[in-house]
Ligand binder design. Structure first.
Ligand SMILES: Nc1ncnc2c1ncn2[C@@H]1O[C@H](COP(=O)(O)OP(=O)(O)OP(=O)(O)O)[C@@H](O)[C@H]1O
Length: 430
């Protein structure tokens, strides 16, 4: 092992004076950075454990006996005691992770996660809890790898070449979105005001590039804190306004703090592409068909992936990228979105099928999710359902979209059989 005196002697005989000073400057800056990093970590870890260790793990264990969310079913007192000593580099703890689930018990019929991530490191740091939850909800095991495929030429759009019936009678509209966070910044659950503003500032530059460089994405960027009421009303009318999250689960996760500071909206001139900045995640990017452009399935998907591609190119110019991991895919605030962060919704009008009690079972067998459509006018979406993907992780983007399209094709076919007077049992037997 080289001794300090050997090191000093080598330094004396090294190069000329200028090179010596250069070397000394490099060595001391590396030393100071390392010492600073270690001090920072130790300081945080020790103040955190001092604070926690005032009471035992069993005294701190949350009251979960009446809870039915996934977290409450997995977090044993032993696991809590083990994870209580961990902290991510930005300071996120197990108590931060579980707060949404402690405050929101959930209902047995819904697989509500009851956890949130505060930064990229959360998933690995608290994998004892996150891994089983993701396994239960998505059947996605710890050894798996998330693959991506955005080659939309592989997609097969149903009924596109079939002109024998009016598809617009059944398919009303579609909407696709991704949700993402930027690498190296804390997530909205945990960001400080300054960091949230920094993220918004970076994304502002990215969207300004998109607006300037591309006709289709030409549009406007609005900071919520400086948007006047008239513009606000217009954005609400266009269906793109970013409202402050109101549900208890999102309020207790911390994402609505300081609203509307650091929040922004991008929307293109055609109003069929928009983005929300600093809502549940740093970025939510959406492509949809408005009511007067019904059943524009292919265009919605094409615009969407074109937009993401341009966004990622602009992000490179800004030196930023999305938080991503080979195993977990894109890292999101809620594990419900992890993997692809992709949700694809299609509104369907199925007057016969929606009257049948077996519809929820059919939807479940197709591995889809069905939601009610909320509208101020209850008649507007009579006999309609909102179909979306159940999976976000373990499948590629193209697989998820094709799965929805195939499911929609089946549902429309069943509806048409019922319309023609056939019984549902006949179809189900096939
Ligand atoms: N196909 C569609 N056509 C028109 N509007 C849609 C469509 N799909 C969804 N929407 C509307 O967009 C809004 C948000 O939809 P949704 O809650 O499914 O997605 P999300 O907010 O992106 O995801 P989540 O809240 O589950 O993280 C809802 O008001 C919904 O009615």
């Amino acid at each position: 092992m080289p001794s300090y005196s050997n090191f000093f002697r080598s330094f004396l005989y090294f190069g000329n004076n200028q090179q010596k000073w250069k070397l000394a400057a490099i060595v001391s800056s590396v030393g100071l950075t390392t010492a600073g990093y270690l001090w920072h970590n130790q300081h945080y870890a020790s103040s955190y454990s001092l604070h926690l260790k005032r009471y035992s793990a069993s005294a701190e264990y949350p009251q979960l006996s009446k809870h039915s969310n996934l977290m409450a079913r997995q977090l044993t007192p032993q696991m809590y005691a083990k994870l209580r000593d961990r902290i991510t580099p930005s300071g996120y703890t197990i108590d931060d992770v579980i707060q949404v689930g402690v405050d929101n018990p959930g209902v047995p019929s819904r697989q509500y996660f009851g956890v949130s991530a505060g930064d990229e490191e959360t998933y690995k740091m608290f994998s004892d809890l996150f891994d089983p939850l993701i396994q239960i909800r998505y059947n996605y095991g710890p050894g798996s790898r998330q693959y991506h495929d955005v080659d939309i030429t592989k997609l097969n759009f149903p009924f596109e070449s079939d002109t024998t019936f009016d598809i617009n009678k059944y398919i009303l509209s579609s909407r696709i979105r991704i949700t993402r966070n930027l690498a190296s910044y804390t997530f909205p659950t945990f960001s400080t005001r300054a960091e949230r503003r920094r993220v918004e500032g970076k994304l502002n530059k990215v969207f300004e590039q998109l607006i300037q460089e591309n006709n289709q994405f030409n549009g406007n960027y609005y900071r919520l804190s400086t948007t006047d009421e008239r513009v606000q009303e217009k954005l609400i009318h266009d269906g793109v306004y970013l409202f402050k999250p109101q549900t208890m689960s999102w309020l207790s996760s911390g994402i609505a703090r300081d609203w509307p500071d650091g929040r922004a909206i991008y929307v293109n001139n055609d109003k069929n592409i928009f983005a929300w900045i600093n809502q549940k995640d740093h970025l939510r990017f959406v492509s949809w068909s408005t009511n007067n452009a019904k059943n524009n399935l292919r265009a919605v998907i094409t615009n969407f992936f074109q937009g993401i591609n341009l966004l990622e190119n602009s992000m490179k110019n800004e030196g930023i990228s999305f938080a991503h991991d080979d195993h977990f895919g894109y890292l999101t605030t809620c594990p419900a979105n992890i993997g692809t962060g992709l949700k694809y919704n299609i509104f369907l009008k199925l007057p016969n099928l929606t009257k049948d009690m077996r519809l929820p079972t059919i939807i479940k067998d197709l591995n889809l999710t069905m939601e009610e459509i909320m509208d101020s006018d209850p008649q507007a979406f009579k006999d309609c359902i909102d179909i979306s993907n159940r999976d976000r992780i373990g499948k590629t983007e193209v697989e998820i979209i094709q799965h929805i399209l195939n499911g929609v094709k089946k549902l429309v076919e069943i509806e048409r059989q019922l319309e023609a007077g056939h019984k549902l049992d006949e179809y189900l037997k096939r």
